[in-house]
Write a protein that binds this ligand. Structure first.
Ligand code: PXG
Length: 441
């Protein structure tokens, strides 16, 4: 079948698509066939402005030749090397480069292949770390409502999105903080909301309930992404950090979305001035073009594993594709581009224009709240009575029809353009959304 096969020659039945209304999609498929820079091209030849960086991952834009060339070179030179008891230079080189970018002290890197694997790796490191220090009684995890930490059993257990949880058993001994969306107090906040730092004090309540000494780790996204772009209330993360310190609990930041420039610094932790003990990343580490996850760990946590006899394996965990040579080559080429083009701080320069453009939709039909941070934004729409999600889906379709890709999660629209976006394209994106909102009932 040629790459450009017309849609009616494609058999759509075999691929069971993830997080997709399969029957609805296959009745009216939406296929991208090409991408370059800020634009996708559909299978029927229309240009679509990428308002979501793929799925929050293509931070340097599409079709970067340097990454493609590095991947090709790597495949011809060393296509695969086992990461257990063997190695290859690329993984060490990438880890060293990442360690230099990382928040202070988080200079040890464990490779995985996705955000979900990074999260489960981080949770396992937390348990094993405490056990190595004789605190194996720390068996409890704390997540947060509306958190998204991928789809592994660990990530679903600490996650806070009911549709991802209700079908599956979850880990025992997991509790959740309240989410931080308080529209009655903070609607239409530009950047971090004023109210809600006190919500971090729930950790104190949970510590009193369960015993602080039983809590292994608290995991949160510094800016919640999939749950609807919820920037942390001013002072919230600082309080969470202080309470984790008080109770000897590790603080894990899930930076799978916020990592690699999304918030205007390499990591949101740096932008927000709060340093976690472990940080999970994926997506932007390779510009989304080869699957990879990277877990950053404080050196002292890593070093706690490096006790015992030197011939003993310190951590019984890892993946066939941990530090895959091709992913490492893509990662190194991606970091080169980020550095040369200043992309890891560019969101800070664009934040004002992005905020202005998204908040200009405040008076558009159905809009109940707007939030933004760096190059992340969300617009809440009032749901149709009895038909939640219908309005969001119609906006997604309407925007696509007008040449813009937005993300609809229920009735929340999310925006996260590649970090190469121009001010004019930001304007175009939100003008398109405004025009679509005017047509949606
Ligand atoms: N943590 C966070 C914070 C994420 O956003 C994951 C973990 C899992 O990553 P993988 O690579 O296993 O998918 C994510 C993923 C959306 C959306 O619509 C977001 C993600 C994935 C799919 C959809 O917001 N983020």
């Amino acid at each position: 079948m040629p790459l450009d096969a017309p849609r009616n020659e494609l058999d759509l039945s075999a691929w069971w698509m993830p997080f997709t209304a399969n029957r609805q999609f296959k009745d009216a498929p939406r296929l991208f066939s090409h991408a370059a820079g800020m634009y996708y091209r559909t299978a029927d030849g229309r240009q679509v402005l990428d308002g979501t960086a793929g799925l929050w991952c293509v931070n340097a834009g599409h079709g970067r030749a340097e990454i493609a060339e590095a991947v090709h070179r790597q495949l011809m030179e060393l296509d695969y090397a086992p990461p257990f008891q063997m190695g290859h230079p690329g993984a060490f080189e990438l880890a060293a480069r990442l360690a230099k970018l990382a928040p202070a002290g988080l200079d040890r890197v464990f490779f995985a292949n996705s955000g979900s694997e990074s999260v489960d790796t981080a949770l396992k490191i937390a348990f094993a770390y405490h056990r190595a220090r004789g605190e194996g009684h720390r068996t409890r995890l704390i997540g947060r409502e509306r958190g998204y930490h991928g789809v592994g059993f660990g990530g679903v257990s600490v996650g806070g999105l009911v549709n991802n949880r209700r079908m599956f058993p979850t880990l025992p001994a997991v509790d959740h903080l309240s989410h931080t969306h308080q529209p009655a107090l903070n609607a239409f906040s530009v950047g971090q909301p004023e109210h809600g730092a006190d919500l971090a004090d729930e950790l104190e309540r949970l510590a009193a309930l369960h015993g602080g000494e039983t809590i292994a780790a608290v995991i949160v996204e510094p800016v919640a992404g999939s749950g609807g772009v919820l920037p942390p209330p001013k002072g919230y993360l600082e309080r969470l950090r202080a309470l984790c310190d008080k109770h000897g609990t590790l603080l894990i930041f899930d930076e799978v979305i916020t990592g690699f420039g999304r918030t205007g610094a390499p990591f949101a932790s740096q932008r927000l001035g709060v340093t976690p003990d472990i940080m999970t990343t994926a997506k932007g580490v390779t510009n989304g073009v080869v699957p990879m996850g990277a877990v950053f760990v404080k050196r002292q946590i890593h070093d706690a594993f490096m006790q015992g006899p030197p011939e003993a394996i310190e951590f019984f965990h890892g993946y066939t594709y941990s530090g895959h040579p091709v992913a490492c080559a893509a990662g190194l080429a991606t970091l080169e581009i980020y550095g040369r083009e200043g992309l890891l701080t560019r969101a800070l320069e664009l934040e004002g224009a992005f905020a202005e453009a998204i908040h200009a939709l405040r008076d558009a039909p159905h809009v109940t709240d707007i939030r933004n941070f760096g190059l992340m934004g969300a617009i809440d729409l009032a749901p149709r009575p009895g038909k939640p999600g219908g309005r969001g889906y119609d906006v997604l379709l309407g925007a696509l029809g007008r040449g813009a890709l937005v993300r609809a999660s229920g009735d929340t629209l999310a925006f996260s353009p590649p970090l190469i976006v121009s001010q004019a394209q930001i304007g175009e994106l939100f003008e398109t959304v405004r025009a679509v909102l005017a047509t949606v009932d």
